[in-house]
Design a protein around this ligand. Structure first.
Ligand SMILES: [Zn+2]
Length: 61
């Protein structure tokens, strides 16, 4: 029985990091992190708030 020549394809490693929870947050008219009023399509007033929100979400799981 012939063996494969060593080039075994490993399955992709499972993703340990779930897709960003904030991606599924609805826009609520204000920043989810600092509650600053925003237009109706944005969830965060800036990247720093989005990042901080993500960090907190990590710790509060
Ligand atoms: Zn904010």
């Amino acid at each position: 029985m012939p063996e494969k020549d060593g080039s075994v394809e490993l399955p992709a490693p499972p993703r340990l990091v779930p897709p960003c929870a904030r991606q599924s947050l609805p826009a609520k008219g204000s920043c989810w992190y600092c509650e600053k009023p925003l237009d109706s399509v944005r969830r965060f007033c800036g990247k720093s708030c989005a990042d901080s929100f993500d960090e907190e979400a990590e710790y509060t799981r």
